[in-house]
Design a protein around this ligand. Structure first.
Ligand code: ADP
Ligand code: MG
Length: 489
């Protein structure tokens, strides 16, 4: 290919809607956390989308998605990979099996292929190429493409795999074909037949490597490399895989141009050494009573342990109690002290010297209790913290990650207990997503019933636009001002 003499083609088919474009950085990072912890590498990645309509696809494709395939919501990989690929970028998409990767590359592929100049009489195609490791997978992708093409006569697709009849494939190719799904070996075979007059790479502008991990496990790297070299250098190229080994990474970095890497990390939001737990409370009074009984239970455990162990062998199990504001911090401190607990408390309303002193005492005292606001605790590293109590329900994933992250430092284990009032629906939604199987098993069944109901209500409200996850930290009014002041300090 002569780089200066390539026929231009369109790669960019996507423009962010104002709603998506105007999200703040905090909102975008909260949305990515919400979407199974999307992680991005590479520059200039567009924001994730939340609805199919934000892609600007034509009504025929939208109809296939909504009414034929019946996909209501986007999966996380789709929410991020679709806008990235449709912006014309090379993309590496890493997401577990069954997470909807196929649609993530097929919609952009079809869009791009459809917009290119038609095949001339002397051209065989293809324009779009999908490489897959096995015959079964290739057939499956082929079927999916046919569903999406529906009755669009301007598009056609063939599946070329080792097992199928070469003759049949050749006769269909002779009529010209826009999209080829193939295993790498068979695709090279077809390229070499009739010295390239049957099928050629000359018009290919969109290439997919699907299940790249398996392509490589099966030893297809040389063939894939050979195919890539035969295609114009400014092609759009995407790679999808369930896993991302170093081998694939270095291959991808060699073959893709300035790629965006999208990794979906479901269920990995909270450190897995933290066991998660919660209580749903009817009132503030009940919440306080629950707190007291939780702390008493813990004290009893510590005392029982002290009966057994040698004194220089004693563990230090510290606790942090998080509250939403300075006011709550002060009130709770008073109440806990009058219930007989020794409390060290820090918030931005206290003089600096007092904060430093309290923190120092907290560090030195075994099994001590720290009461603080979330913002002030950022970066706090006290290895002996084994329990985090989230007294005021969190409003964002980011907040939940920061607070639970104060325990289980290094390799040690920790526990996080959240207190929820019945109307704190967002927290129920966040917990439901962040908790793991064994956390649910260790949970009081009645509380779990409440959580599920609250979560369902929040999801319903999100779909109808009534509820939204808060962006950034804190809520409104006073609380928010607190947060800003504390941030500054
Ligand atoms: P992967 O390639 O990541 O293993 P697939 O693309 O094969 O996953 O999709 C897995 C299944 O999920 C398929 O049956 C597919 O039809 C379905 N699916 C894909 N996207 C969605 C969606 N947005 N909503 C519901 N189901 C979906
Ligand atoms: Mg797949």
């Amino acid at each position: 290919y002569d780089k200066n003499n390539l026929e231009p083609f369109q790669k960019v088919f996507y423009q962010e809607t104002p709603e998506i474009r105007n999200m703040t950085a905090d909102e975008v990072s909260e949305l990515r956390l919400n979407l199974d912890n999307i992680k991005i590498k590479g520059h200039g990645c567009p924001n994730p989308i939340t609805r199919w309509s934000q892609l600007g696809l034509n009504t025929s494709i939208m109809n296939s998605i909504k009414n034929v395939m019946k996909f209501q919501e986007l999966t996380p990989i789709q929410a991020q990979a679709l806008p990235a690929i449709m912006s014309g970028r090379d993309v590496i998409g890493i997401s577990k099996t069954g997470s909807g990767k196929t649609i993530s590359y097929l919609l952009p592929l079809l869009r791009q292929v459809k917009s290119q100049r038609d095949l001339s009489n002397s051209e065989t195609g293809p324009i779009g190429l999908v490489l897959a490791p096995t015959r079964e997978l290739a057939l499956q992708i082929h079927e999916e493409i046919n569903k999406l093409i529906n009755d669009d006569a301007s598009l056609n697709c063939i599946c070329c795999t080792g097992g199928s009849e070469l003759k049949d494939q050749i006769s269909s190719v002779k009529r010209g074909v826009k999209i080829v799904v193939a295993t790498p070996g068979r695709f090279i075979d077809l390229l070499t037949i009739n010295s390239g007059k049957l099928l050629s790479t000359g018009r290919i502008t969109f290439v997919v490597m699907d299940e790249a991990d398996r392509l490589f496990d099966m030893g297809f790297e040389p063939q894939v490399t050979q195919i890539m070299k035969a295609i114009r250098p400014d092609k759009q190229c995407v790679l999808f895989s369930a896993t991302f080994s170093n081998k694939i990474r270095s291959f991808a970095m060699r073959v893709l141009k300035n790629p965006i890497t999208i990794t979906i990390n479901s269920n990995n939001i909270v450190n897995e050494n933290v066991s998660q737990n919660f209580r749903v409370c009817e009132s503030d009074t009940q919440k306080f009573d629950e707190l007291i009984s939780l702390l008493k239970e813990r004290n009893d455990k510590h005392e029982a342990q002290e009966g057994f162990e040698e004194s220089d062998n004693l563990q230090d199990n510290k606790t942090i109690i998080f509250v939403a504001s300075q006011q709550i911090c002060d009130i709770l401190e008073t109440n806990l002290v009058s219930s007989g607990f020794e409390i060290f408390s820090i918030h931005a309303g206290k003089p600096y010297q007092e904060r430093v002193l309290n923190l120092e005492k907290y560090r030195r005292t075994r099994n001590s209790l720290l009461l603080c606001t979330e913002v002030l605790s950022r970066g706090l590293n006290v290895p002996e913290v084994s329990l985090v109590i989230i007294y005021n329900a969190v409003k964002t994933f980011a907040q939940y990650i920061h607070t639970t992250g104060r325990t289980a430092r290094g390799n040690s284990k920790g526990k996080a207990v959240s207190f929820l009032l019945k109307d704190e629906l967002a927290a129920a939604y966040i917990l439901k997503k962040a908790m793991r199987e064994h956390d649910f098993e260790n949970q009081d069944p009645l509380d779990l019933t409440h959580l599920n109901a609250m979560n369902a209500e929040f999801e319903k409200g999100m779909n109808s636009g009534q509820y939204k996850l808060f962006s950034g930290f804190g809520g409104k009014g006073l609380e928010n001002m607190d947060t800003k002041r504390e941030k500054k300090e």
